[in-house]
Design a binder for this molecule. Structure first.
Ligand code: GLN
Length: 192
């Protein structure tokens, strides 16, 4: 069984651990750089990216995480997506530059602080998992404002990419760990 780390400094890491189990992997909570050793992949959960950054810097984990990402797949959701981006606005902040995407934080504004949407994934997503629309929970979500040429869009919502991949990495601006649908986690596990 694949061992998948879940960055457990802050945010909804426990929900990701359960979702990984549902998708057939063994979750391991990762809190230090040493915890990254012998993991097959890593999830960076949703939460508050600014707080996570503070804790990552305190633990000296920024460089080890970037290194890990050069070797192994990482799946970032919401705050995790923000941390993996190459450019962050609203406001600008440090990031891991693992995905060639630009994200604007809290971009849906106060009115749509949080919402459940039903989205039709691209056919490529469906052929690689199973067909059917995705229930997407957005919580103070960022918007992916730009994707680089190496980035593939697997689902959009209101015209903006919400599930994208680049090589071994996967990013969602919504929270697949909060629904029972295991397809997004399965898609990630297929990259390990
Ligand atoms: N708004 C948060 C941030 O900017 C992300 C929200 C989330 O992860 N659900 O970091």
């Amino acid at each position: 069984m694949k061992k998948v780390g879940v960055l457990a400094l802050q945010g909804d890491f426990e929900a990701h651990a359960r979702a990984l189990e549902r998708a057939g992997a063994q979750p391991v909570e990762a809190r230090t750089a040493a915890d990254l050793d012998d993991l097959d992949g890593l999830v960076i959960p949703g939460g508050e990216s600014t707080t996570m950054l503070k804790l990552l810097n305190r633990e000296n984990m920024i460089e080890p995480l970037a290194q890990f990402g050069s070797r192994r797949p990482i799946f970032g959701t919401c705050a995790g997506a923000i941390l993996m981006a190459s450019e962050v606005t609203s406001p600008a902040q440090q990031s891991l530059h693992l995905m060639d995407i630009a994200v604007e934080r809290n971009a849906y504004g106060r009115q749509i602080d949080s919402r459940v949407a039903h989205i039709s994934p691209e056919s490529e997503f469906e052929t690689r998992t199973h067909p059917g629309e995705l229930e997407a929970i957005f919580i103070r979500a960022p918007i992916i404002q730009r994707v680089g040429p190496g980035v593939r869009v697997l689902a959009t919502y209101q015209g903006d990419p919400v599930l994208v991949e680049q090589g071994q990495h996967l990013v969602a601006t919504f929270h697949p760990e909060l629904t029972q649908d295991a397809r997004v986690h399965e898609l990630f596990l297929a990259k390990l």
